[in-house]
Design a protein around this ligand. Sequence first.
Ligand SMILES: C[S@@+](CC[C@H](N)C(=O)[O-])C[C@H]1O[C@@H](n2cnc3c(N)ncnc32)[C@H](O)[C@@H]1O
Length: 183
Amino acid sequence: MSMEAFSGTKIGYFIISVLGSAMESRFRYRFFGPTQILRGTDIQPGQIILEVGCGTGFFTLPAGQLIGERGCLVAMDILPACVELVSKKVQAANLKNVRVTQGDAMSTKLDAGNFDLVLLFGVIPAPMLPLNRLLPEMHRILKPEGTLAVWPPVPGWLPKSVLWSGLFTFAYKQNGVHNFRRC
Ligand SMILES: C[S@@+](CC[C@H](N)C(=O)[O-])C[C@H]1O[C@@H](n2cnc3c(N)ncnc32)[C@H](O)[C@@H]1O
């Protein structure tokens, strides 16, 4: 069953609502400040960034602010409800450099070699995002010197499979963010 179809079922809607509340909890903002986590990667003004699975926009608004007016952030989610919610937040914050879009990260339809940075924040490991399909697509859209930044929602989980893919090499880890360079 696809993620979209799952979200349309009663149980799916319930689980996603609970997850959504947890993603926006005060506890999370207090102990996992999004700006500090974002500073664990080499996010810079003027960069072109893809955020995979923007969810409720926990990282979207701070990332849009960090890249400034010359930057461009594409915030993607497969669920229309997330896209609608984050679009409203982006509009309310008057962030003109953020484009919120519905799409499947395993087949983004984005141009090849265009992105400085991809954020996989709070999205892997997850069964609906198998790395054997996700990583080749991230490799395709990144610039040759681009960075894949992974912040795992499970503390202590090491994204070794990113290395095993042979598509990325480990660069550094900061503020819990694992940074990989495109090979
Ligand atoms: C656990 S939430 C994390 C949200 C956000 N990154 C955060 O940390 O608050 C995972 C998000 O990934 C999205 N997602 C799942 N599969 C996806 C796919 N194939 N393409 C794009 N987004 C996907 C889900 O809809 C969900 O909003």
